[in-house]
Design a protein around this ligand. Structure first.
Ligand code: DX5
Ligand code: ZN
Length: 225
């Protein structure tokens, strides 16, 4: 599976959102990761459909929306309408996960499911055939700039084995604390898509930081388990 690099705009300067997003894309970002937080499911607030609509106009790559919100069904149609390409929802936030994933597809977006660090991979068994991607949180969601929680590596390996066993082709994505010093082991564990915020945007040259991350990740694909 092709490695996708997803800059997380949460760590960017929101006053220059379009410019910063395109800088990371110039550095090798192939997807833009957009964190949506509601102040309930996670203790932070970010942005809503109007900002996604504006981003859609200036960014060419797919928009990867990560919904960290309660009752995602209520907002999926609005996010699809303003140009989301991929929408992922938290297993922990969905009372009817199967229905929510179908709802995302019915609005023309690719459905993804997300699990928090304390949620076992096994809770996803019954929906793996429905998803375009599984997003493994390697920090507790809500904030950028946190430390990578290593149990995510075991989860990636378990998902990669399960995918093989079931003959499925969902992508495995990781989010939180991804940086130059851990990206190789993340890729070797079997991860396909890498979200990176702080390690890219909080540097003097975001495009270059992203380029280095990309190079390290691609080299590591040669040594996958
Ligand atoms: C956290 C968000 C992440 C965050 C990652 O809840 O889902 O996407 O932006 O940021 P870093 O790379 O700084 O950990
Ligand atoms: Zn995210």
């Amino acid at each position: 599976m092709k490695i996708e690099l997803a800059p997380s705009i949460l760590a960017s300067n929101f006053a220059q959102l379009g410019v910063e997003a395109n800088l990371a894309i110039e550095g090798g970002g192939t997807v833009l990761h957009v964190d949506i937080m509601d102040g309930h499911f996670v203790p932070n607030l970010t942005l809503g459909p109007p900002v996604v609509r504006s981003l859609r106009k200036v960014v060419k790559v797919p928009l990867d929306l990560h919904l960290m919100i309660e009752n995602p069904d209520q907002f999926i149609p609005a996010f699809a309408e303003v140009g989301a390409d991929w929408i992922s929802v938290h297993q922990e936030a969905c009372q009817n996960l199967d229905r929510t994933l179908h709802l995302i597809s019915s609005h023309g977006c690719k459905p993804g499911v997300v699990i928090n660090p304390a949620t076992p991979v096994e809770t996803l068994t019954e929906v793996l055939d429905l998803v375009h991607h599984v997003l493994v949180m390697s920090v507790n969601p809500g904030f950028g700039g946190q430390h990578f929680i290593p149990n995510a590596l075991r989860k990636i390996q378990a998902l990669a084995w399960k995918r093989k066993e079931l003959g499925l082709n969902f992508a495995i994505e990781i989010d939180g604390g991804v940086a130059l010093d851990n990206v190789a082991e993340i890729v070797r564990a079997g991860c396909d898509w890498l979200v990176a915020g702080t390690s890219v945007f909080h540097t003097p040259d975001a495009a270059n930081a992203f380029r280095e991350l990309e190079r390290t990740a691609r080299d590591a694909t040669l040594a996958r388990v």
